[in-house]
Design a protein around this ligand. Sequence first.
Ligand code: CA
Length: 284
Amino acid sequence: MRQRGPLTPDGDAGRRPAGASTPGPGGPAATFPRPAVPSHPTPPTRDRPTAVQGGRVALRILIVEDEKTIADAVRIALAADGNAVDVVGDGGSALEWAQSYAYDLVILDVILPGIDGFTVCSTLRSSKVTSSILMLTALDDVQDRIDGLDRGADDYLAKPFSMDELRARVRALGRRRLEDREPTVHVGDLWLDPATRSVRRGAREIRLTAREFAMLELLARHPGHIFSQDRLIEALWTADFVAGSNIVEVYIRSLRRKVDAGRRDGLIETVRGAGYRIRTTGQA
Ligand code: CA
């Protein structure tokens, strides 16, 4: 039997915020008004992202591609690798989305309706968006590649490309982003090492899932800063993650159980009506 696209939590059809300008009303890629495209079975819309197990880095990825078959294939492949993937189909939406959400990676086609990929790339860089950018260029068009790199792209891949190569490039960009981060993070007696995804509180080793780690790392890199539920969802799940979900509470509770267990000096603080933060000394 042919291997189906993943019905992984992030593998459902290009969920996007209600306000997104494209593609099309109602949003999900599965309901693109182009019935001719062979469709994947529509997964339940209530599918939710779950923590990615194992040592793999889950990236938040924005695919900017107007050819639905390519966009779908890339989305499915990358979601199967444990990434959180959004899809938009034109340059204007690409700018809107990439400037609104902290993507690790933007996969950017050159030829797009509206604003072209090169302009999107340079606009993102001039607006200080630090997401990695992988441009999809025309085969053999050396000038395209040079233009992309000159405008701040991190890598390019010529069309048509093999999905395995794309996945390898994405993994490499993900590793590079990890290496670019501060090697370790610590607040009080809490230590995190993103490279090995290990966590210690004092002498005690703590085991976290990938997404628990990502949440704790985000909080710990900004001690004292209050993160709202929406902000945490934006940072750690796909952009239009189901509103009203209690997923953040669930993760916070789990983190507390693991990180603050048996301690009077809990590090993870709930700020009523505002969000969560890592307590710094003096905020006790
Ligand atoms: Ca295109």
